[in-house]
Design a protein around this ligand. Structure first.
Ligand SMILES: Cc1ncc(COP(=O)(O)O)c(C=O)c1O
Length: 412
């Protein structure tokens, strides 16, 4: 057999984590706080059926939907992105600055094609989204982490690391971050955009959760503060429309778009026209506002039940985040509980059968970082399942902490 390319070994660790994430996703006996998929109730199945029935005709958009399409994507969907989704957030740009991608992850791949040589440094949050790390490592980049607190990536540490490591990219998930649910504060958004401009570094802003905010004040993306074109904005329709449609987008300045065009052409020519037609019609026919309200109401209720249940059933000294949107909270446990080991028990014990993602998967440093943490997803579980699952998980955790009685929670 031929030898595998070096990139297959540089991405081994992150790839193993990703494979693990899908491991018990379909086990019906397990209450899963693991995956990051939207609720099944949040998928607009009936609307999509109605749209498809209507547009899949020769005299409507049938040919367009089933024919080859343009590399950049359908103009009407790009127009919707510019006018309906980005302009209200203060992001300037025209249809020509937007390219439709295969889900929200593809922009990471395309941007790496533009910039990353083996050994180049990418600065990432600590903890960060492991799927993007897998892509960065496939390009043989060296990921180095930047400290975070409850207000997101810390600009002072970022600046020090830009000076020290001369990175090609800074990767940030600013809103309801995966895995922590934290949100980068407004002043830090502005500072990070300026650091990109001042040090001539690309800021890769990955913002797929921005549109599922169900409490708190909306914040302008980092891209809204970018005056030099150093910030590239990536986002996705996966959480607000459907992940199976594999639709995302990237917004970049005039100079970068032709390069992204070339890397997209060389990668997969274009994104599914069928998905794009249906998604564009979903917005153009005015379905989005009501659908958006419905999913925000649904996730708000699940967030509230999750937080209430964690506060009730997890032991004293637990810290957890309170996300104003998105699908995750992050818990840091007291004592010396190892959440990777606990997960095996939690999944396999017949009276528990609850899954989550162990925290250490999200830290690129290794060395035990995050091994008392867990990412808990509430998007795909009903309020009832949340109550039952958190009680079982909390009881398991408390049984490991005999010296820590169940007391009141300390909020993170
Ligand atoms: C931080 C982050 N970026 C990007 C994505 C992109 O997702 P998709 O490719 O499914 O649109 C996700 C999805 O879970 C995510 O959590």
């Amino acid at each position: 057999m031929s030898k595998f390319a070096r990139r297959m070994t540089t991405m081994e660790k992150s790839a193993a984590v990703i494979r693990g994430l899908f491991g018990n996703m379909n086990d019906p006996e397990i209450i899963s706080f693991g995956g990051g998929a939207p609720a099944k109730e949040a998928l607009p199945i009936d609307i999509v059926r109605e749209i498809t029935n209507e547009v899949m005709r020769i005299d409507k958009r049938g040919v367009e939907a089933l024919q080859y399409g343009s590399v950049m994507g359908l103009p009407d969907l790009r127009e919707i992105i510019v006018t309906d989704l980005l302009a209200p957030k203060g992001v300037k740009g025209t249809v020509d600055n937007v390219m439709i991608t295969n889900g929200g992850l593809e922009p990471m791949n395309l941007v790496c094609q533009l910039y990353i040589e083996p050994g180049d440094v990418i600065l990432v949050e600590s903890p960060t989204f492991v799927h993007s790390v897998e892509i960065f490592e496939m390009f043989q980049a060296k990921c180095i982490s930047v400290d975070m607190d409850d207000n997101g990536m810390i600009p002072e540490d970022l600046e020090a690391k830009i000076i020290k490591h001369k990175p090609k990219l800074v990767y940030v998930v600013p809103t309801f971050q995966n895995p922590t649910g934290r949100t980068l504060s407004l002043d830090r958004r502005e500072k990070i955009a300026k650091l990109g401009s001042n040090y001539d570094v690309i800021i890769l802003e990955d913002d797929p959760y921005r549109d599922i905010r169900y409490s708190g004040r909306d914040l302008a993306p980092i891209k809204a503060f970018d005056e030099t074109g150093h910030t590239i904005l990536a986002s996705s329709f996966s959480k607000v429309f459907s992940p199976g449609s594999r639709l995302g987008y990237v917004l970049a300045n005039d100079e970068l778009i032709p390069k992204l065009f070339d890397s997209k052409t060389a990668t997969n020519s274009h994104t599914s026209t069928l998905s794009q037609v249906v998604c564009a019609e979903f917005f153009k026919r005015g379905y989005y506002p009501l659908h958006h309200k419905k999913i925000c109401d649904l996730y708000r209720e699940r967030r509230d039940v999750m937080i209430e249940s964690i506060d009730k059933f997890f032991p004293e000294g637990t810290k957890r985040t309170f996300p104003d949107g998105g699908l995750f909270t992050w818990a840091e446990l007291p004592g010396d509980i190892n959440t990777t080991e606990l997960l095996l028990e939690s999944i396999n014990k017949p009276d528990v059968k609850v899954s989550y993602i162990a925290g250490e998967s999200f830290f690129i440093e290794g060395g035990g970082m995050g091994n008392n943490c867990m990412r808990i997803s509430f998007g795909g579980v009903t309020p009832e399942q949340i109550r039952i699952g958190v009680e079982k998980l909390g009881n398991l955790i408390c049984s490991k902490l005999i010296s820590f009685p169940k007391l009141k929670i300390v909020n993170g």
